[in-house]
Design a protein around this ligand. Structure first.
Ligand SMILES: Cc1ncc(COP(=O)(O)O)c(C=O)c1O
Length: 413
């Protein structure tokens, strides 16, 4: 469904009210409004200050370990070509953001927000986390800069991502298990917002994805766009041209926005976002907000959400804690309605198969989140000619998922 004429540029949002078309905005309690406005001003000033970017670049290089490699997944490519029609089977590259310090793309954004918090003189940082990767990245940078860190995490996620809970504590963070609702990411974000309203003077809320009220969706996207900028440069250097398609998994959508945004106006580049289909979209047990949801308001912005008939937020389900969220960032909702990005979904089972295949063929154990993107690469690549260049964002490594996957696969290995 197209709700607006195709814009001259897909990179113009958000507008001054924080909207991407009809999506986004800031639907927050009155008490939060001054904080949100302060943040908006501070971010605008930082963005315009070359010393802010220069300082960030230093940490991105020497602390995070960027640029992350663009790696030709040769054995996966061969495997898929053997299962394609003659002359078919795209050349698959991995953007290796799992090699960043702390093991995922989350650190790109956290670095930016922590530097902003320091600029704003906020000594206490709060965060929500699902898979624990955003929590670990936040705890890490708080340790690095000597800031107090409190992480809200659903009790279900505390159990299924135990290694990351230990890491956060090791780094000096306080981890608060959230017992309300489904005890997952949505509930953790509710609690973090509650904390923020009650601790307005000294606290900075470090949101982990391109969701929340304006200015978060655009700000987090900007911090993650390093992924797409590097991909563009690296592909031009290696292949002499831009990639033909980009594939990324979507929880709230930050790794996908980071990969897509710098290339949105290169209209020949196809883009695929992959949501979590859980047990299958028709089963009702899934986290595919665009595929199975409709517009509504949650966590301060208007976007596609899983809802029941009364508009109450429905429970999401995914094997992957990082994708287990009933919403999606508002910019994705806009790009979906404009038709610029194609949104697909992968089931728990498909992600597990891709998890195994990537480990066996490439010697890279991916996180369960990008395993969803890999599952769709296995469907998309064989439909493309063999000179088609496909990049999938390998946005996290699988260490955190080993206990969970070992329990599921058990003796199958
Ligand atoms: C490794 C990894 N990938 C992806 C995600 C999903 O987040 P986003 O859609 O914001 O990239 C998470 C969230 O926890 C994650 O840990």
């Amino acid at each position: 469904m197209t709700i607006a004429p195709t814009p001259n540029s897909f990179r113009t949002g958000p507008d001054e009210r924080g909207r991407f078309g009809i999506f986004g905005g800031r639907f927050v309690a009155e008490t939060l409004m001054p904080l949100i406005l302060d943040l908006e001003t501070a971010y605008a000033e930082a963005k315009a200050d070359p010393s802010f970017q220069a300082e960030m670049d230093g940490y991105l290089t020497h602390y995070v370990g960027r640029p992350s490699p663009l790696y030709f997944a040769e054995r996966l490519t061969t495997y898929l070509r053997e299962r394609s029609a003659p002359g078919h089977g795209a050349k698959v590259y991995f953007k290796r953001d799992e090699l960043n310090h702390t093991g995922s793309h989350k650190v790109n954004n956290v670095l930016g927000q922590i530097m902003l918090a320091r600029r704003m003189g906020k000594p206490r940082i709060i965060a929500e986390t699902g898979a624990g990767q955003h929590g670990v990245a936040t705890a890490t940078l708080c340790a690095r800069f000597g800031l107090k860190c409190v992480v809200y995490m659903g009790a279900v996620d505390v159990a299924r991502q135990a290694p990351n809970v230990f890491r956060m504590k090791m780094l000096g963070a306080e981890v608060i298990p959230v017992q309300s609702g489904t005890k997952t990411l949505k509930d953790a974000m509710n609690e973090a917002l509650r904390d923020w309203v009650t601790n307005v003077s000294d606290t900075f809320y470090c949101i982990g994805t391109v969701a929340g009220p304006h200015p978060y969706p655009g700000m987090v996207r900007d911090f993650q766009s390093i992924i797409g900028r590097e991909t563009r440069e690296q592909m031009l250097a290696v292949e002499g041209r831009l990639p033909d398609s980009l594939v990324a998994c979507i929880g709230g959508g930050s790794n996908a926005m980071g990969l897509f945004h710098p290339l949105l106006d290169d209209r020949e580049v196809e883009m695929y976002g992959v949501e979590a289909a859980g047990h299958g979209v028709s089963s009702g047990l899934h986290a595919a907000s665009l595929t199975g949801g409709r517009p509504g308001v949650l966590h301060g912005n208007r976007t596609y959400l899983l809802q029941d008939a009364d508009g109450q937020i429905a429970d999401a389900h995914s094997i992957s804690a990082g994708l287990d969220y009933p919403g999606i960032g508002p910019e994705h909702a806009w790009l979906h309605e404009l038709g610029r990005v194609t949104y697909l979904s992968a089931t728990d089972q498909e992600a597990l198969e891709a998890f195994k295949l990537c480990s066996m063929l490439e010697g890279i154990i991916p996180a369960l989140e990008p395993a969803h993107a890999l599952a769709k690469v296995m469907e998309i690549a064989p439909t493309k000619p063999s000179d088609h260049l496909l990049v999938v964002n390998l946005c996290g490594r699988g260490d955190k998922d080993i206990p969970q996957v070992a329990e599921i696969l058990g003796t199958q290995l």
